[in-house]
Design a protein around this ligand. Structure first.
Ligand code: PGA
Length: 254
């Protein structure tokens, strides 16, 4: 059975001490309150990673991830952080292709394919984000956009490599806007994604792939979203900065 995951994306929030204290709070709540097999993941800024991994030791239901990694192994790329460096902190996941990276940093599917390769080579699991903009949805191009993002970003992977990937469907119009996709809209795309995976690989691979929903998810709407057959958890922005809200979302799978 595929894994249920609720991942928090802190984005560019929380200084070092604030991050450590929020993570400690979350880790303790996970320990006390999570009774199911789901995993909580916190994707923090790079500066927190090593310390969060230390705090997470001894807790099996919480893991740590980064929010980006460079496509090259090392070299003269001032200001960048490599997948190997991330792995050396003990972090397990890396978000790739978040719409903010695509929009503000010009990351396209080709670059993301290269980043995915490097991340996998270094033993990290990508949380690979896909999703359409509002214009694309209004023009009824959302299925095509998703299909292209999958084909160009991920479908060069071998079956074994693809098995390491977590997907996140994040309609861009729902991110940070308070406008969540309805459970039906999200389920429709998640089922479509799973169908594309089955076509490219096989049904077993498709059935084993964890597909998260992201975009204004909160404790109120998460139960209905996570009850959909093809939604295996969430990628949570705003609500992951509040320990109570984040935990209540994680606990939907209890
Ligand atoms: P949001 O962000 O939950 O604040 O909408 C989700 C994301 O960007 O991953």
């Amino acid at each position: 059975m595929r894994k249920k995951i609720v991942a928090g994306n802190w984005k560019m929030n929380l200084d070092y001490n604030e991050g450590l204290s929020l993570f400690s709070e979350i880790a303790n709540m996970v320990k006390d309150e999570v009774t199911g097999q789901q995993q909580a993941v916190i994707c923090s800024p790079f500066i927190h990673l090593h310390s969060l991994v230390q705090l997470a030791k001894g807790y099996d239901k919480i893991a740590v991830g980064a929010q980006n990694a460079h496509q090259n192994e090392s070299g003269a790329y001032t200001g960048e952080v490599s997948a190997k460096m991330i792995r050396s902190t003990g972090a397990a996941y890396v978000i790739l292709g978040h719409s903010e990276r695509r929009q503000y940093f010009g990351e396209d599917n080709q670059l993301l394919a290269a980043k995915t390769d490097t991340v996998l080579k270094n033993g990290l699991k990508p949380i690979f984000c896909i999703g359409e903009t509002l214009d694309e949805r209004e023009a009824e191009q959302h299925f095509d956009v998703i299909k292209t993002q999958l084909q160009e970003g991920l479908f060069h992977l071998s079956t074994e490599e693809f098995g390491q990937v977590v997907l996140a469907y994040e309609p861009v119009w729902a991110i940070g806007t308070g406008k969540t996709a309805t459970a039906e809209q999200a389920q429709e795309i998640h089922a479509f994604i799973r169908e594309q995976i089955a076509n490219q690989y096989n049904q077993q691979v498709a059935d084993d792939t964890t597909i998260l929903y992201g975009g204004s998810a909160n404790p109120k709407n998460a139960p209905e979203l996570f009850a959909q057959p093809d939604i295996d958890g969430g990628l949570i922005g705003g609500a992951s900065l509040k320990s109570r809200d984040f935990l209540d979302i994680v606990k939907v799978f209890n």
